[in-house]
Design a protein around this ligand. Structure first.
Ligand code: PLP
Length: 391
């Protein structure tokens, strides 16, 4: 992959050549060349998708649902999402507020591209999901990173966000629960940021793909329940994590009707429509029995609790209690290079984690640990990690 960038033809768009090879890919590719690797690396749900969802996809295929849908999405799915979000957010969401996309990734791409232009600034939390900053830069925008408060479980201080706003700020990218920290922002944090952004005419791009993975019954605040109107918000999510449907690639964006109308045009020129049979799987997910979600959350919560215990038994790692998603982002001692540690840990013990600097500049001494794997695997991994770190 490094070769690809170095040998690229000069007629290529230079912005494309600035995209880094994601740190996750580097680690996972290396791991693929090794044997007996324990992955605490990727954010891929290991719990199977609910059987009624699989059935609906197969049914749709059998019924010949292999053509295009409307560009905005399958009307049945748009209606199901409108009902679902209307109930969850307590505000009126109609099918015209929604665009079905190829995973949350396409929705993020559309949102960031829609707002970007040379010189425009985006506020991005550091650390955050590694797609945001390259996408912004690829579109000529500039990234202003706002570090989380490591000492406060990676919470975001709204004042830090306000201090980063300049006359060129066009959007703030939020992601609660966060990848890579698992931090869930309290309602007051979201409300304060959303209100300030609306007052200044700044867009909020809110990536809510982990909105159901919330532990200990804490309150979860979607931007949709904190904004007075949809004029300055684009809320993005998908079935990938909540229904273990990552490979089915169905996501969406919720925004004002005007924004959706404009984004539909752009979507027509990028992916045209999302996968039709899998959109039927999405209808089944929303309209069917949702007890799957409670069981899934209970499973991830047990894993998180075990991980907290094991990190506490590792003196070189400073852990905390992540309240959502399926990640922890523990720190190594100050000055230790997380990238070297992640690489040596993989080479010498076969445990694959992801270095903190994959997610931003402020946490180069951190490791991202994913617990989208069984307790047995997490325990096996720590049987290797603890003696290795001691050495
Ligand atoms: N946003 C965040 C924060 C993620 O962690 C991921 C995947 O890991 C995505 C978006 C991509 O979601 P999708 O698979 O729906 O494209």
């Amino acid at each position: 992959e490094v070769d690809f960038y170095e040998s690229a033809n000069p007629v290529w768009n230079p912005a494309l050549l600035t995209i880094p090879v994601p740190g996750i890919r580097k680690m996972v590719n290396l791991a693929a060349t090794m044997e007996d690797v324990i992955h605490l690396s990727i954010g891929q749900p290991d719990i199977p998708a609910p059987p009624h969802v699989i059935e609906a996809v197969v049914e749709a295929l059998r019924a010949g649902q292999t053509g295009y849908t409307m560009d905005a999405g399958l009307p049945e799915l748009l209606e199901a999402l409108a009902d679902y979000y209307g109930e969850r957010s307590g505000r009126s969401i109609t099918a015209e507020n929604i665009l079905i996309t190829t995973g949350a990734t396409e929705a993020l791409y559309l949102a960031i591209t829609a707002v970007s232009a040379p010189g425009r600034e985006f506020i991005v939390v550091d650390p955050s999901f590694m797609l945001y900053a390259p996408l912004i830069r690829m579109n000529g925008g500039e990234v202003r990173e706002v570090p989380t408060r490591v000492e406060n479980n990676h919470q975001l201080d709204p004042q830090d966000v306000f201090d980063a706003i300049t006359p060129n700020t066009h959007a703030i990218v939020l992601n609660s629960p966060s990848n890579p920290t698992g931090t869930v922002y309290p309602r007051e944090t979201i409300e304060q940021i959303v209100q300030e952004a609306a007052y200044r005419g700044i867009y909020i791009i809110s990536d809510e793909v982990y909105d159901h993975l919330i532990y200990d019954d804490i309150d979860y605040a979607s931007v949709l329940s904190c904004c007075s109107d949809l004029d300055h918000v684009m809320v993005i999510s998908s079935f990938s994590k909540t229904f273990s449907m990552a490979g089915m690639r169905i996501g969406w964006m919720i925004a004002s009707q005007g924004a959706i109308k404009k984004l539909r045009r752009y979507h027509m020129f990028t992916t045209t429509v999302a996968n039709t049979p899998c959109q039927w799987g999405g209808v089944a997910a929303l309209r069917g029995d949702n007890s799957f979600i409670d069981e899934m959350v209970a499973t991830y919560q047990k894993r998180r609790d075990r991980l907290i215990e094991l990190v506490a038994l590792t003196p070189q790692l400073s852990g905390y209690k992540p309240e959502g998603a399926f990640y922890m982002f523990p720190s190594l001692p100050e000055g230790v290079n997380g990238s070297n540690v992640a690489l040596r840990l993989l080479r010498e013990t076969g445990v694959c984690t992801i270095a903190g600097d994959t997610f931003g500049d402020s946490c180069s001494n951190a490791l991202r640990i994913s617990y989208a794997t069984s307790i047995t695997q997490i325990e096996r991994a720590f049987e290797r990690i603890i003696p290795w770190m001691e050495k």
